[in-house]
Design a protein around this ligand. Sequence first.
Ligand code: HSE
Length: 440
Amino acid sequence: MKNIQVGLLGIGTVGSGVFTVLQRNHDEIVRRAGRGIEITMVADLDTARAKAVVGDKVQVVADARAVIANPEIDIVIELIGGYGIAKALVLEAIAAGKHVVTANKALLAVHGSEIFQAAEAKGVMVMFEAAVAGGIPIIKSLREGLTANRIQWIAGIINGTTNFILSEMRSKGLDFDVVLKEAQRLGYAEADPTFDIEGVDAAHKATIMAAIGFGIPVQFDKAHVEGITKLTATDIKYAEQLGYRIKLLGISKRRENGIELRVHPTLVPNKRLIANVEGAMNAVMVQGDAVGTTLYYGKGAGSEPTASAVIADLVDITRMASATAAQRVPALAFQPGSMNTMPVLPMGDVVTSYYLRLRVADEAGVLAQVTGIVANAGISIDAVLQREADEVGGEGATSTDLIILTHDCKEATMNAAMAQMQALKTVLAPIVRIRKEELA
Ligand code: HSE
């Protein structure tokens, strides 16, 4: 059978990896796909760089639309990124009857519904394994491996940049700003790291996983997004003393009345495997009612790890290309007509537990005042840690840190209790609140 022909839009780090791995593992991939898969056309504004990667046998153009217009191309890989031109090109490729493979989490998290509807109407596939957790086959696991299950929750370290920064903050006791600069110097963080450190990249990925896990539309605008920029080495240290590590988790959870969807720094018991995922590595935990808790670990970025995911999609499309649309695996796991209308819950309705750090005056009765407010709010305390003032602020210090770990309560209840605590004269600084998940 004729090779399936692929057009690549954007040949940077990931695109080069796709080309290299497809060439290197060609025979093995053919044995799996049942047919050759060949990149025959590449579009990149930097045509010289593209030619240096793919050589003379592949047609290189500057205009991505020339790839889409080529009737020989069966599959378009979009590796441009962002919501702008990438969105137009993906929709045009679909309209031209091409299957699409993309690593573009931002595009799918924000415009996924429009894109999946267009693909369904046209009878083509849109695949995106590389969009979440790089080389880890988490999309396939959720969409196919776990189809027997009612998924209860998904919790993942799905941003390598922030996990690297948190690991360095913990192991070296350094504050965020210092480690960010070092991460930028080493190339672990981009020159403009906003999307990573503010939690946006993780929220894009969590949004996509929630859609597949729970059969809801992609709804990035409903996600609660909180990054790591306000985390201090102090809180990481206190958390450690209490048996926890702080990780930026992307969490989605099934509740009776809706789905929680949130990204924020989270205390995780240090005995959990996921708490020990360090550096730029990614890991995702999924709990299903039948399978129990499962954990997927690997590289979340990089040339060949991400290429591994892109090529897996190419193989899947090649295998399924001759099936009718109804026989194929649905892009969001659930059949398009069977999507769930359960809402994504507002953050106030989220139920979780908390780490609170209060800078308090070192006076009699303060602990009773604070814990009284917590108790009156119906919030149960799990643990309290109070250091000697001298130990925290040095000789003669008149204030100290009071750390409280709570059991589960509603975020809105905690907000109200925090407002009361904050209003106390003996609470001297903004209260630090970090959410906690036992992931049991
Ligand atoms: N910037 C992402 C990360 C990789 O740091 O994990 C691509 O999604």
